[in-house]
Design a binder for this molecule. Sequence first.
Ligand SMILES: C[S@@+](CC[C@H](N)C(=O)[O-])C[C@H]1O[C@@H](n2cnc3c(N)ncnc32)[C@H](O)[C@@H]1O
Length: 250
Amino acid sequence: MTRKAAGGRRRRLVAPLLAGLGAGLVATAVLLRRRGEAWVEGPRWYGFVYRTFYLLGLRVWDRGTPAPELVELVEGSSSVPPGRALDIGCGTGTESIYLAEHGWDVTGVDMVPRALAIARRKAATAGVSPRFVQGDVTRLRDFGIGDGYILLLDFGCFHTIPPDQRDAYVEGVSQAAAPGSTFLLFGFRPPRLAPMRAGVTTEEVRERFHDHGWELVSAERKSIDEIEVAGKPADELFELWGYALRRLPV
Ligand SMILES: C[S@@+](CC[C@H](N)C(=O)[O-])C[C@H]1O[C@@H](n2cnc3c(N)ncnc32)[C@H](O)[C@@H]1O
């Protein structure tokens, strides 16, 4: 058997195994949630879920290319000149690296060390050095994230923050944001099935952020057709929405 054929065979064997483990994890989560276990909603639970997904290499959300809305903001006709950017729940750093490549002073925050290790490796390969910080994004001030960020980005983090911690998240990012800054936030509408309570609505974004001095500029349905979950285009399973917010001058 050639090495290429052996590699293909290994992949064919490993992929169903990983998918099975992932399905098991989701099933366990649903079961626990149905039983009303208190810790299912807490950070311990969803932190465990993310860690497990990274451990198994099940980074289904990892598109590997920056969001088109970010590219437009950085390179489009009315692009924003580079400044400080905060990538909240940065994962493997795709957006952080893209911004650093375009002259931005970037800080990426995530709670999973494995995600950050991948992000640092990718950044080194790209020849840029964004600051990657491990921490809980609902406690930004605890690890000296600083302020003066003119661009904030959250692709898929806020929508899995437990509801009772969302105010702490909004408070933290609002303190980090400069007056007039832009926030691009992407999240699912509450899905039918998820291992943790996931989802956010336009009304929630408007209300939670309004209380901290933000104006909701736009709310649009987005496509994530390039991502597949359990063999199906993600668009068939989830409704992704993108929000642009602007921090009002104080
Ligand atoms: C769906 S992934 C998206 C990652 C990345 N933004 C991307 O688009 O590829 C969400 C990320 O948020 C991180 N995350 C979720 N809750 C967090 C928290 N409270 N503190 C820090 N990171 C968190 C997860 O570890 C995960 O890497």
